[in-house]
Design a protein around this ligand. Structure first.
Ligand SMILES: [Cu+2]
Length: 152
């Protein structure tokens, strides 16, 4: 079994009967190329240089499960943050990261940096609000590793 097939198997085991998981490498579309439902509390996704992809960008308040694969060529991390900053506008420090203790940011939980071609699962309880899913390794956020996630 190749690595991506292994990752898909891991994700499929995580979510059991969700059919779309087994369809392909890109979790945002089905085998026929149809976008998957936009609202889901069971998210599959990936991190890579320089983006964060997720299978849905909206969820309902409550438990949300993220199964994330690292499809990049270097380590990445995955943070679920609630923030009042506009997407991509969290101010960066001299070290090219943002301050995770900044008043405008609340880091709900994270998968700390993990290896290429491996997948990790994170379960969080989310309230109604606007979140950014991102990587805060030096330079990564500024290069585009973030995506907006809305809970209603
Ligand atoms: Cu990164």
């Amino acid at each position: 079994m190749n690595t991506k097939a292994s990752l898909r198997l891991l994700v499929a085991m995580t979510f059991g009967s969700i059919g779309l998981i087994s369809c392909g490498v890109d979790p945002t579309v089905t085998e026929t190329g149809t976008p998957v439902a936009q609202v889901s509390n069971k998210i599959t996704g990936s991190v890579q240089e320089w983006k964060v992809n997720v299978s849905a960008t909206k969820a309902e308040a409550g438990e949300v499960i993220f199964a994330m694969a690292n499809y990049g060529s270097i380590k990445h991390e995955f943070l679920v943050t609630k923030t009042s900053y506009e997407p991509g506008k969290i101010p960066l420090g001299a070290d090219d990261r943002f301050d995770e203790e900044d008043k405008g940011i609340s880091v709900i939980d994270e998968i700390s940096e993990w290896d290429v071609n491996e997948a990790k699962v994170l379960t969080v309880k989310l309230e109604v609000g606007t979140y950014e899913l991102l990587c805060n390794i030096a330079g990564h956020y500024g290069n585009g590793m973030h995506t907006t996630f809305t809970v209603s």
